[in-house]
Design a protein around this ligand. Structure first.
Ligand code: V47
Length: 358
C-alpha cells in the first residue's frame, strides 16, 4: 500500500479503510495529502466555504466531571466558579440577535445542583428572545447527565428538550474514544460507546448533531483513526452528523502535563485532511479557528475544510486553556479570511442551509 494507490482509489470514489487512513497520516508529503483532501472536498462543495453568525453561551463552569484536559471547570467553592442567571442568558441572546446571529451555542459544566427544569427554562428563555434563533445545545455528555436529573430515559429527555425549543446538538464530549486514553483523560466522563449510543438516539429523535475529536494529547494516530471509524460507522447507520470537527488540544492550565506547547500546524492540517478523506459520509469538515488560530484555519481551506464555524463572541473553554485566538471574529473578518484564501464565503444557518453568499 502506498500513497499513490490510495489516492487513485479515493479519486475513483472508493472508500479507504483504517490501514489506508493511517498510511495517509504517516505520509510525508503534506501538500500531496492536502491536494487529495481538497479534490475530495471540491467534488462535494466546490469552492464554497461555510460560516455562521453565532454566539456561544457557557452558562456555568461548575462541573462534577473534572476532566484532566479541561482548564474551564471549577468546583462550586473554587474562585472563578460561576453560574449565569436566566436574565444574563437572555441579555446575551438579545445582544446576539441584534448583531445578526442565527444560532446560540450552549454548553456548560455538569452542575451538581441545578434541576432539569433550569435547562428547559434556559432554552425557552433563548427562544423567547426570538423563535428564529436556533438553539444548538448540550453535548451527549450533558444529555446523559440531564436524563439522570430528569429521571427519564434518553429519548423522553430529548423529547422534553425539543418541546422547549432545542434545535440540534453540538459535537463536544467525544474527546477520544479509545478506552485506555479516555480513562487517563477523563475517567469520570461517559465512555465513548455511551457517547455514540446517545448520538444514535439523538439522530433517531430527528435531531442533527455534530461530531468532534480532541487530538494532540496522549492519543496515538491509531486512536485517531479508530475514533473516526466509529463516527463513520454511526453515520452510515443514521446520517445524523452534520460536520466533523477535530479539536486541537490547548495545553495550558490543565492537569495534563505534556511536553511541548500544543499541536503543530502540520499535524492540524493532516488531521483535517485525513478526516475529509476517510469520513466520506460527512458533508462538512470544520476548522474551529478558536483552537487552531486564524492562520492555520485559513490555510486549512486548501486541505479539505469547507466550514469555519462562526463569530463565537465569547469563548471560554479554549481560552481558559491558553488559546491565543481572539474571543470573537466579525462577519466581515471571516468573509475576508475566506475570500483571501480564494474561496466563496457562504453564510449558513445551523442546519447548513445557505443564507447568503458574498
Ligand atoms: O467537549 C475542552 C474540548 C469541547 C479543551 O459542535 C478542549 O459546532 C482543546 O465541542 N483544548 C467543547 N479542546 C467545544 C466543542 C465545540 C466547539 C465549537 C463548535 C462545536 C460544534 C463544538 O472542547 C469539549 C472538549 O472536547 N476541550 N478543553 C482544551 N484544553
Amino acid at each position: 500500500m502506498n500513497f499513490q494507490t490510495i489516492a487513485e482509489k479515493v479519486l475513483a470514489g472508493g472508500r479507504i479503510d483504517e490501514a489506508e487512513a493511517l498510511c495517509l497520516f504517516q505520509h510525508e508529503d503534506l501538500l500531496a495529502l492536502g491536494e487529495l483532501a481538497q479534490a475530495v472536498n471540491e467534488r462535494r462543495n466546490g469552492r464554497r466555504v461555510f460560516f455562521n453568525v453565532n454566539r456561544h453561551i457557557n452558562h456555568t463552569n461548575i462541573c462534577v466531571n473534572r476532566c484532566r484536559f479541561c482548564a474551564f471547570f471549577r468546583s462550586a467553592d473554587q474562585p472563578g466558579a460561576y453560574l449565569m442567571t436566566l436574565d444574563e442568558i437572555r441579555s446575551r441572546a438579545e445582544e446576539a440577535l441584534a448583531q445578526g446571529a442565527t444560532e446560540i451555542h450552549v454548553v456548560g459544566g455538569l452542575h451538581p445542583d441545578l434541576p432539569f427544569s433550569f435547562y428547559l427554562e434556559m432554552i425557552a428563555t433563548i427562544k423567547g428572545v426570538s423563535p428564529d434563533l436556533h438553539v444548538k445545545a448540550f453535548t451527549a455528555v450533558e444529555i446523559a447527565y440531564l436524563a439522570k436529573l430528569a429521571g427519564l430515559p434518553i429519548p423522553e429527555t430529548l423529547e422534553k428538550l425539543k418541546e422547549a425549543g432545542l434545535g440540534s446538538l453540538p459535537g463536544g464530549g467525544a474527546e477520544i474514544f479509545a478506552p485506555e486514553v479516555r480513562n487517563q483523560l477523563c475517567p469520570e466522563k461517559i465512555s465513548g460507546a455511551e457517547w455514540l449510543s446517545i448520538m444514535e438516539k439523538v439522530h433517531q429523535a430527528g435531531l442533527k448533531s455534530n461530531a468532534t475529536m480532541l487530538y494532540g494529547h496522549l492519543e496515538s494516530l491509531e486512536d485517531r483513526v479508530d475514533h473516526m471509524r466509529q463516527l463513520r460507522e454511526l453515520q452510515d447507520r443514521t446520517g445524523g452528523f452534520q460536520v466533523f470537527i477535530p479539536l486541537a488540544f490547548q495545553p495550558e492550565h490543565s492537569q495534563l502535563k505534556l511536553s511541548g506547547s500544543g499541536t503543530m500546524g502540520v499535524d492540524d492540517l493532516r488531521t483535517l485532511a485525513v478526516g475529509r478523506i476517510y469520513l466520506d459520509n460527512f458533508a462538512n469538515v470544520k476548522a474551529y479557528w478558536v483552537m487552531l488560530g486564524e492562520k492555520i484555519a485559513q490555510v486549512s481551506l486548501s486541505f479539505g475544510v469547507n466550514d469555519l464555524d462562526g463569530t463565537v463572541v465569547e469563548e471560554r473553554i479554549g481560552h481558559e486553556a491558553g488559546a491565543d485566538s481572539p474571543q470573537a471574529m466579525s462577519r466581515d473578518a471571516i468573509v475576508t479570511m475566506i475570500k483571501k484564501a480564494g474561496r466563496i464565503p457562504v453564510e449558513r444557518d445551523t442546519l447548513y442551509r445557505e443564507i447568503r453568499s458574498y
